[in-house]
Design a protein around this ligand. Structure first.
Ligand code: SF4
Length: 446
């Protein structure tokens, strides 16, 4: 299968060309600085009681998909049978039990739960029920503010959606990405457009408090005309929120591997300036339809009803225990990741051991930088928040970086806070590296 259809082999690709590598900044310090030799720091963090007033959340990684998308860099497995999935879910249940006994829980109940993947909706209703029953037994859901569940449209039936609502899912997130069957096919997506309409109308009829849809600007084969049609159809669905990602081509994707085979320096997708223009077009159209842009990626129909608890608490330093192979966690000030090898993950859980793989305990300054850059993705930050929490005022700590970005038209700042301009918000992930500590700049991210 060849997915690389355009691109070039010149030594100097155009500056805005999409090249191989990460764009999206999801955490800090970069994952490449998390080390196996620091795992004892994570063990110790879990054995301490929680810091006062720190919310707790759970993330559950379901690493199964019907097909592997050509742009996917997640830990996913295709073609797993029911027995293999049950073995995995048994390991997750073991891991849950191990966590339930850790002092860090300190009597807290989770405020948010996120089922991500992979494709959580790949699970059968029976598998899902078995997992959720055990979760509720060990971590009661009566303090829950939000349960997000990621879905691939082709895996949804009315019966499965009813079960999802029954178990307490409040935020259903549908990975639509595009409405054009040819674009979906060329990018390796498993679903087709008629499955989108069917899944969406089932989901609406079941009555989830919030339905989010994901779109990607600049998939392989995308054209301006098709993107406009994708946006039009997305607005027609009237989701509670829309999340728009700009297509990136991280290492270890099928596209990047093909690029290397063919000696291509430029990925076969639109350049960044075009993807930004397409994203701005989408936000403008959604705004005209009454939506409010609430982050670099999100527009919501009713901001009072469509908050995103997982994102907001995680970006403000919540504890989050990540269950499943290769999952990421934050506990009592330490970041860590689970075993990324599937068999090792299962073996360690089944032998009664938390499957921790690599860890990093950020310094207070690094924790400040982490929250500052993550919250900048919301479009604005308040300096007082960081003064109260870290005794650091961003305006005083980053005068040169903020001054340069202001001069370039990407933000405004003063003693009260920092506000990105629309142009800054559209490319915020590219700008955040300027706030990294020197040792983390120009380093591989993941
Ligand atoms: S559905 Fe999502 S997790 Fe699965 S292969 Fe595609 S991008 Fe990756």
């Amino acid at each position: 299968m060849q997915v690389v259809t355009i691109g070039n082999r010149t030594d100097q690709p155009p500056p805005e060309a999409t090249k191989e590598g990460n764009y999206f900044v999801s955490n800090y310090p970069p994952f490449s600085f998390w080390r196996p030799e620091n795992v004892q720091e994570a063990v110790a963090a879990l054995q301490r009681p929680p810091a006062p007033d720190t919310p707790l959340g759970l993330y559950v990684h379901i690493p199964f998909c019907r097909k592997r998308c050509h742009f996917c860099y997640f830990k996913v497995y295709t073609g797993m049978d029911a027995a293999a999935i049950e073995t995995y879910l048994d390991a997750v249940r073991q891991e849950l039990a191990l966590y339930a006994a850790q002092p860090i829980i300190g009597g807290r109940k989770p405020r948010f739960i996120y089922f991500g993947g992979g494709t959580p909706s790949y699970l059968s209703t029976r598998q899902l029920g078995g997992l959720v029953d055990e979760m509720k037994r060990l971590f009661p859901w009566d303090g829950i503010e939000e349960v997000t569940f990621e879905c691939e449209p082709g895996t949804l039936t009315e019966g499965k959606l009813e079960i999802l609502r029954e178990i307490g899912v409040t935020r259903l997130s549908l990975g639509i990405e595009n409405f054009d069957d040819e674009i979906l096919r060329v990018n390796g997506r498993a679903h087709v457009s008629k499955e989108i309409d069917r899944a969406y109308s089932f989901a609406r009829s079941v009555g989830f408090p919030q339905i989010n849809i994901d779109l990607i600007a600049g998939m392989v084969g995308e054209t301006e005309q098709n993107w406009q049609e994708t946006v039009r159809r997305a607005i027609e669905l009237a989701p509670d929120s829309v999340t728009i990602y700009q297509m990136e081509v991280p290492y270890n994707t099928t596209i990047s591997k093909e690029m290397r085979v063919h000696g291509e320096k430029v990925a076969p997708v639109a350049p960044w300036n075009v993807k930004r223009a397409w994203t701005q077009y989408a936000f403008d159209q959604f705004a005209a339809a009454g939506y409010t842009v609430t982050s670099a990626y999100t527009a919501v129909r009713n901001p009072a009803q469509a908050s995103f608890v997982y994102r907001n608490l995680l970006w403000a330093g919540a504890d989050m225990l990540g269950l499943g192979v290769a999952s990421f966690s934050h506990a009592n000030g330490t970041h860590y990741q689970n075993e990324h090898d599937y068999d090792t993950y299962i073996r360690r859980c089944n032998s009664g051991e938390l499957p921790l793989f690599r860890a990093l305990t950020p310094t207070p300054l690094e924790r400040f930088v982490r929250e500052f850059i993550l919250q900048l993705k919301l479009g604005q930050v308040t300096n007082q928040y960081f003064v109260d929490k870290y005794a650091v005022n961003p305006a005083h700590h980053f005068p040169a970086e903020l001054g340069a970005l202001q001069a370039e038209g990407f933000l405004h700042f003063d003693d009260a806070g920092v506000r990105l301009t629309p142009e800054g918000l559209l490319q915020v992930d590219r700008l955040l590296h300027r706030f990294f500590l020197p040792e983390h700049r120009n380093a591989r991210y993941s």
